[in-house]
Design a protein. Sequence first.
Length: 236
Amino acid sequence: MGWEWRVFFRASDADGAFEFVHPGLCSGCEKRRTDVYQPVSDEVGLKERGGRRLELKIRSKRDANGWEKWSKSRVREADASKYVDARHRCMRVSVAKRRVQECVGDALIEQTELQVSVGDGPVQIWRTVAVEGKRARCAHLVGEVLLACTRQATGGRLELCGGYPAFVLRLANEAAAQAEPAAPGSQPCDHHSNMGAPEGPLGPASRSDSTGAQASQSRMASMSACAPLDHIPQLM
């Protein structure tokens, strides 16, 4: 799939009027899908795409501006298990996506609304925006998109610059840290359970996002290790 620049944030317009980060997206078609991720690492992603086949995603490069080079391939469950450590073996992250993509010049731009749940946890509402293409040719577009994302983000905070693997891993680690005090009384997991989930349309969240301000601050702290976006003046 080549080079990709991606950010994740909580949008201030999530409960109101929807806004695209670039006018070119207005002509794009919306597609919906639910993917189930197995947390692995920032560099390796493993998911059941649309509740059907396993897909492996590997990052080979990352530059100082947050661009990452990825490759994708299908993988068998037996081969996929070698990438997963014991801590995350039983954890699944369901991501319901409502995505719009469109070509703008030499780039492919994407904006996706996300409903994310870690295990049986509450649904979290996120937005991700990405640009794919040649880095030099997409620099101006990324600058425009970066400004638009900052305006849309709650408190102007872009919480993560990176791919889905890093995003999923950080949410999984946060959930694991919050669950540790209750570990002695928790139920054992089934290491051989199917990681799939039936594909379906992205509807209203059936569970409220109850993280609150305290959890939001915790999330920001846990993601502070990701590449900050205010260090890219050359794109502005």
